[in-house]
Design a protein around this ligand. Sequence first.
Ligand code: ADP
Ligand code: MG
Length: 258
Amino acid sequence: MTVTIAVTQQKGGVAKTTTAIHLAAGLARAGRRTLLLDLDPQAPAAPGAGVQPPDGLIPLADAIAARVLADVIVPAPTPNLFVAPGDPGLEPESFAALPNRATALRLALGDLRGRFDAVVIDTPPTLDLVTLNAVMAADRAILPCDADAESVRSLGRTFRTVQTYLTHRPELDPAGFCRVVVTQVDARRKVLNDWLDDHLAPLGAAVYETRVHRSEAFPKARANGETVYDYAARHPAGTAPRAAREMGALTAEVLGDE
Ligand SMILES: Nc1ncnc2c1ncn2[C@@H]1O[C@H](COP(=O)(O)OP(=O)(O)O)[C@@H](O)[C@H]1O
Ligand SMILES: [Mg+2]
């Protein structure tokens, strides 16, 4: 069975893409055949995972509409990891015109049944038909958040919107669908970190025990087109090994949810 996980949050810069890449690569490193699917028109996932999309690839929006997702899947340097690269033309309107406007992605992913153990969906910083498609296709959602007032407000909006979407999926338990991951933690900001804990508690979504601390390894690895797992192997000093360890620990927690 394939587990499908949407990484979503209305605010940009909260580490959705970083989380999606490292969860997908982490699952792949744990031996799960994993697809990282990028719904963000800024298309950061493929380059971040070290994939150069080949020329002439069918745009993702067209591949979803025509239900030929298999044709846009490219292997990544990480064994067991595959990427469906983002498409600058993918917009809410790409789905609006389809007969199954809310479930087009779910149908297209259904055609890949059995080919992957896990699908990780990276989403744009929006709550629209694109995100609705991700939620309708997913078995659960991971909502990244950092200790910032706007991140927390947008986490609340995202959580409530996802819960609304889930009314269309009565087969699912809405209580367990969303989990929050705290990212970009600065351990020195104790007051702010406590403030975040106080604001996460009333949300009613479980929070992963693993917290991902700030590390320059994340932007540096992204700029190099590699994961922090590979970056840390070459940079054993500094915070890169911790970054890799924390992403590994988050992956283990996600595997524990199964
Ligand atoms: N734990 C972290 N420590 C330091 N920088 C991070 C961390 N997580 C993400 N970043 C950086 O923050 C920026 C935004 O992250 P990104 O994953 O692209 O967010 P989003 O997808 O939510 O917009 C990127 O430059 C990324 O490398
Ligand atoms: Mg992103």
